[in-house]
Design a protein around this ligand. Sequence first.
Ligand SMILES: Nc1nc2c(ncn2[C@@H]2O[C@H](COP(=O)(O)OP(=O)(O)O)[C@@H](O)[C@H]2O)c(=O)[nH]1
Ligand SMILES: [Mg+2]
Length: 358
Amino acid sequence: MEIGLVGLPNAGKSTLFNALTKIGAPAAAYPFTTIEPNIGVVTVPDDRFDKVVELIKPASVVPAVVRFVDIAGLVKGASRGEGLGNKFLSHIREVEAIAQVVRCFEAGVPHVAGQVSPIDDIETVNTELALADLAGCERRAERLVKSVRSGDKDAVRLVDALNKLTEELSRGRLAVNCPGVNDFAELHLLTAKPMIIVANIDEEDWRAGRFDTADDAKKFAADNNCDFVIVSAKVEAELAELDDEDAALFREELGMDESSLNKLIHTAYHTLGLMSFFTAGPSECRAWTVRQGATAVDAAGTIHTDFARGFIKAEVINYAQLLEDGSFAAAKEKGHLRLEGKEYKVQDGDVMHFKFNV
Ligand SMILES: Nc1nc2c(ncn2[C@@H]2O[C@H](COP(=O)(O)OP(=O)(O)O)[C@@H](O)[C@H]2O)c(=O)[nH]1
Ligand SMILES: [Mg+2]
């Protein structure tokens, strides 16, 4: 599960990426900490999981993670091969969601277009993505021509849908908001990926609680069904340098309840349509990531294919009930440990134990 940080040069992508990977670096024991320099594994902060860990006191703890990718190289004309061009586009192709970092701060840092205009920047970025998508649609339409001529009804319908999609894209709509886009999953359209708008505001504005420079970006997000987060990458970079205690003090001074990075991570998790279930035993407590709507057997499969193949049943309790009961033994005595079958729809925050036989 990867989220790509995308945006024009000097939007603050790398600053944000570095802050994210510093605060979010998981325990050294986690196997995925060392990947390529522009890919960072970030722990998903989860109070519920922390409380389960506190209760069980396991020998090892493995939190849920998401990956952020710092994707450099977007300039006007990228879809025609300028800047990093195709390489840049193929990097975006590989992520599951896009976090578009939008520059809303002045601060004397050169801006590629000469002046700071969040809505123009969003448009520039989205236009490049849409142009790449339009090229993909065109190629698909060309491949359908023969089938249409031979009277293939499916092909006629697809071409019709493609034409509508093309029209919407040309008007600046994101494919993700176009009906019928699901027919074209094989095109891996860039604008079909869920998008988070990340407004990067000036640190002075942030400290003063002034967010109006992010208003245009916020409106765009609302109008286009995008999740939206305000950050100050600069402040977060400073916070990331401090140890936890000092960072908490600094945050209190700034009147921040939650780190905006945590908010970004949570939003990303939500945008990706993910949720967590937990396994909890004396040797290990672990938070696992599944899609919303996953069944018990899907959940088992994320742990091990054998768990899914030989699935018998799952013992399930919601984390809040477990905390209230105080132990698995007490929960069992009270009849709170439920036995669920393959089709059980996993709930966010379930604590699960699988019985299987292979
Ligand atoms: N004043 C201010 N400067 C920032 C902020 N975010 C990034 N910068 C600066 O803008 C420049 C470009 O940032 P960088 O993260 O490298 O942008 P990227 O090109 O999108 O990766 C750097 O000099 C950063 O220090 C911010 O919130 N406020
Ligand atoms: Mg950069």
